[in-house]
Design a protein around this ligand. Structure first.
Ligand code: GUN
Length: 300
């Protein structure tokens, strides 16, 4: 392997430590304890793991965690009632509704019901629009974390060719907006793009967020490029024993790490940054609503 490994786990730890310092300051100077409400509907095992992890880390940085676990059969009306209550609760500074939601619930309507200033996921159309027009917004956590790693690895990104593979509202589109804001030349490609390998080969920065295990191969990568692998895919690992699985990204790490200049591993790359940025966003939201100066170095 010749690529430098980008250590998202260590970066996320440092970000959480800075967040904890800001929380301590808010408490001691202003008597404010930021609060994050997480709503989980149903029992999707992966979502349950994420939600538990979010609650644990929220408490570890000194914030209040409010967990709402609803039955899989919950109606959209009942979920909207809960969100309206959280919007009006001054102890709650951030609201996150874990996705995906059961099919009887319209996710867009639910995300639109969250007060934009408490939308720490940055998924509300108001926040998406503010980001797209270069204004202050809540920024989605995974792209925000990916950008922090990129800036840490490369410094100034001005003028670099950035290719984002994936066009989701959660990662691909906001990632492209953030890279544009950094004056990159941005291409958004996806699984249906013609000549995807050729497009990727032009990238100084390659962000893979398609959700397809190991789709991006080493010979798609420009020598020396910086590769951010957002994918977290659970695949069978018969070599580890019957019924065993392992996590892989959207990039074929073994071949890509021979060519890239720097690359995020899976696990331990972008993954840990998502929750760290969620906590940072909650502090940012708390400062904004209380008209306090926004902390430096927490992203948004
Ligand atoms: N499900 C998978 N990733 C996310 C995320 O970043 N936020 C929310 N709310 N749900 C998710």
């Amino acid at each position: 392997m010749s690529a430098v490994l980008i250590d998202g786990k260590a970066f996320a730890e440092r970000l959480r430590a800075r967040t904890a310092e800001h929380v301590a300051g808010l408490k001691s100077l202003h008597g404010i304890t930021p609060g994050l409400a997480v709503v989980l509907v149903g029992e999707d095992p992966a979502s349950a793991v994420y939600v538990r992890s979010k609650a644990k880390q929220t408490v570890e940085v000194g914030m209040n965690s409010f967990e709402h676990r609803l039955d899989a059969a919950t109606s959209e009306a009942d979920l909207l009632t809960l969100i309206h209550g959280l919007n009006n609760d001054p102890a709650v500074n951030g609201i996150l509704v874990q996705l995906p939601l059961p099919e009887q619930i319209d996710s867009d309507r639910v995300l639109m019901a969250i007060a934009p200033e408490k939308d720490v996921d940055g998924f509300h159309v108001i926040n998406a629009g503010l980001l797209a027009t270069g204004q202050k917004s809540m920024v989605p956590c995974t792209p925000l974390g990916s950008l922090m790693l990129l800036k840490d690895a490369l410094g100034d990104l001005t003028g670099l060719n950035a290719v984002v593979v994936g066009r989701s509202n959660i990662v691909g589109k906001p990632m492209a907006q953030l890279l544009l804001r950094e004056s990159c030349t941005v291409t958004v490609a996806h699984s249906r793009s013609r000549n995807l390998p050729g497009i990727c080969r032009g990238a100084d920065i390659l962000v893979a967020a398609v959700g397809r295990p190991e789709m991006v191969k080493g010979d798609w990568i420009k020598p020396g490029a910086t590769v951010i692998d957002v994918g977290i895919n659970r695949v069978p690992a018969p070599d580890k024993g019957e019924g065993k699985h392992r996590l892989v990204g959207d990039v074929e790490f073994a071949s890509a790490s021979q060519v890239a200049g720097a690359i995020t591993p899976v696990p331990g790359g972008v993954g840990p940054m998502t929750i760290a940025c969620l906590l940072a966003n909650t502090v940012t939201a708390t400062c904004r609503v209380n008209r306090l100066p926004e902390p430096d170095g927490l992203g948004s």
